[in-house]
Design a protein around this ligand. Structure first.
Ligand code: TTP
Ligand code: MG
Length: 361
């Protein structure tokens, strides 16, 4: 049997927590977000119950527009503290079912059950157990998708929301995908889909029927990525960001040793971008920035700078890296460059302020 990966995603998360705490809202259109001020409010919808979605409401919609479509809805301001507490409780339950657990964002997680299950009946039993435990202990529902890759598991969890279970067996995944709209693929949003629709690609089946070469020439990198997803070629592992982690680093060895500043700068910028993605995803702040340079002949230098405060700022990282690079002088060609961020901290209060920005309230 192939890998067994679950993707778990809470249903209309913020709204579910509010409905749990106010049972009189059950079955009603509940909207979490900015104050609608009778249709004159600024800001957006954070999320809404499925009853509100019937009126076309969705996350990120201007709250004034939501009010026009659903004036009788129950409009509530978000209570992030409550949502963080619920999220922590849910994640605490999910992670008990496998050591391969990865939380993504506030209400999603992956779980690898490959070692634990030997058939899909066992998988279904565990999914039901997880869902029941979450409902009993936290009082909200979650949708779970199971598939042989992370991206397919994510498509599966979204397939039957709310409170759904979708198991996509490794032999059946193309059958499952073929009639789905391409926007089901994470990475094809409203804007990207236009390019695909124009070239006649609407269903995932159309991608399956297109050779990789053609996908690359027509849609570039995005085309290759979605082709791989559709063909089950996503080998990304389920791995937890380790709270005990002391540093984050990435480096690049050049195909040929170089002393071309422009080239080296581009590589450093590329490394910085990649590290920044990890930093944002795990909400990490750092104080120490280190540049690593390995010269032809394997002599390695490192130069560091420690800042007075923790930051999360890729522009500042690049500035420090350039300062450190300028301090360094050698006539020898460079073989490898790397950036390391250390003195790390996961900062919850800033995370909350980001969420507030997110919800524009
Ligand atoms: P999602 O999982 O995207 O949405 P959801 O859980 O509300 O609904 P679904 O049943 O479709 O999964 O996001 C999780 C929470 O993150 C959501 O409850 C509120 C917050 N959020 C925002 O504040 N703004 C946004 O634009 C989005 C997408 C989410
Ligand atoms: Mg969700």
């Amino acid at each position: 049997m192939d890998r067994i990966i679950l993707h778990c995603d809470l249903d209309c998360f913020f709204a579910s927590v509010e409905i749990r705490d106010n049972p009189e809202y059950k079955g009603k259109p509940v909207i979490i977000g900015a104050d609608p001020k009778k249709g004159k409010g600024r800001g957006v919808v954070s999320t809404c119950s499925y009853e509100a979605r019937v009126f076309g409401l969705h996350s990120a919609m201007p709250i004034s527009q939501a009010f026009k479509r659903c004036p009788h809805g129950i409009y509530l301001r978000p209570n992030f503290e409550k949502y963080h507490k619920a999220s922590k409780a849910v994640m605490g339950i999910i992670k008990c079912y496998s050591s391969l657990f990865q939380q993504v964002g506030i209400d999603e997680a992956y779980l690898d059950l490959t070692e634990r299950c030997s058939n899909y009946n066992e998988v279904r039993t565990i999914i039901k157990k997880i869902k029941n435990e979450i409902y009993e202990k936290v009082g909200i529902t979650i949708s779970v998708g199971c598939a042989p890759t992370k991206s397919l598991a994510k498509i599966a969890s979204d397939y039957n929301k709310p409170n759904g279970i979708t198991i996509v067996k490794s032999d059946d995944f193309k059958e499952f995908l073929k009639d789905l709209d391409i926007t089901r693929i994470p990475g094809i949003g409203k804007k990207t889909k236009v390019y695909y629709y124009k070239k006649g690609i609407r269903k995932i089946g159309d991608i399956l029927n297109t050779p990789l070469k053609k996908m690359r020439s027509k849609f570039g990198k995005n085309g290759v990525w979605v082709w791989k997803i559709a063909n089950g070629l996503d080998s990304r592992q389920v791995k937890e960001y380790n709270e005990e982690r002391k540093s984050i680093s990435k480096e690049r060895t050049f195909l040929e040793d170089s002393s071309d500043f422009e080239f080296i700068l581009r590589k450093l910028e590329d490394i910085n971008e990649r590290i920044n993605k990890t930093v944002i995803k795990h909400n990490i702040y750092y104080r120490t920035i280190t540049l690593k340079i390995r010269l032809k002949g394997f002599v390695t230098y490192t130069r560091s700078k420690t800042l007075p405060h923790h930051i999360q700022d890729k522009g500042k990282v690049m500035k420090v890296i350039l300062e450190l690079y300028n301090e360094f002088s050698s006539s020898k060609k460079i073989r490898l460059v790397g950036i390391k961020l250390s003195n790390l901290e996961k900062n919850l209060s800033l995370k909350q302020s980001n969420l507030i920005k997110y919800a524009s309230v």
